[in-house]
Design a protein around this ligand. Structure first.
Ligand SMILES: [Zn+2]
Length: 108
């Protein structure tokens, strides 16, 4: 899948902020990083604007979404072309983070 095909599939909309951008403002983001077995097929790719991509930085997706609740909501609403197994993996990582956060808050 080319960049242009990916952006067209996602209607030129960033999956993290939900805004529409011209192609030159968009980037390709991997759901599962390549080092963790993610590939470059459409089921592992999403459209992200430059601003959100910079904000995410080198954080893993679950880490980024855990820190950014608005991006989390947009991602699960918009990333409908991502493979279910990748979405499930992200949801499980987020659930573990939510549990740990709740345990920390109860311990205070
Ligand atoms: Zn964005």
């Amino acid at each position: 899948m080319t960049r242009d095909q990916l952006f067209a599939r996602d209607n030129y909309r960033c999956v993290y902020c939900g805004e529409i951008f011209p192609a030159e403002e968009l980037t390709v983001d991997h759901v599962q990083p390549r080092v963790r077995g993610g590939d470059r097929s459409g089921g592992n790719l999403v459209t992200a604007c430059r601003g959100c991509n910079t904000l995410k930085g080198h954080r893993r997706l679950a880490e980024f979404l855990s820190a950014e609740p608005v991006a989390r909501t947009h991602f699960f609403a918009l990333a409908t072309a991502v493979w279910p197994r990748h979405l499930r993996a992200v949801e499980e990582q987020l659930a573990r983070r939510d549990t740990k956060r709740a345990q920390r808050e109860r311990a205070r």
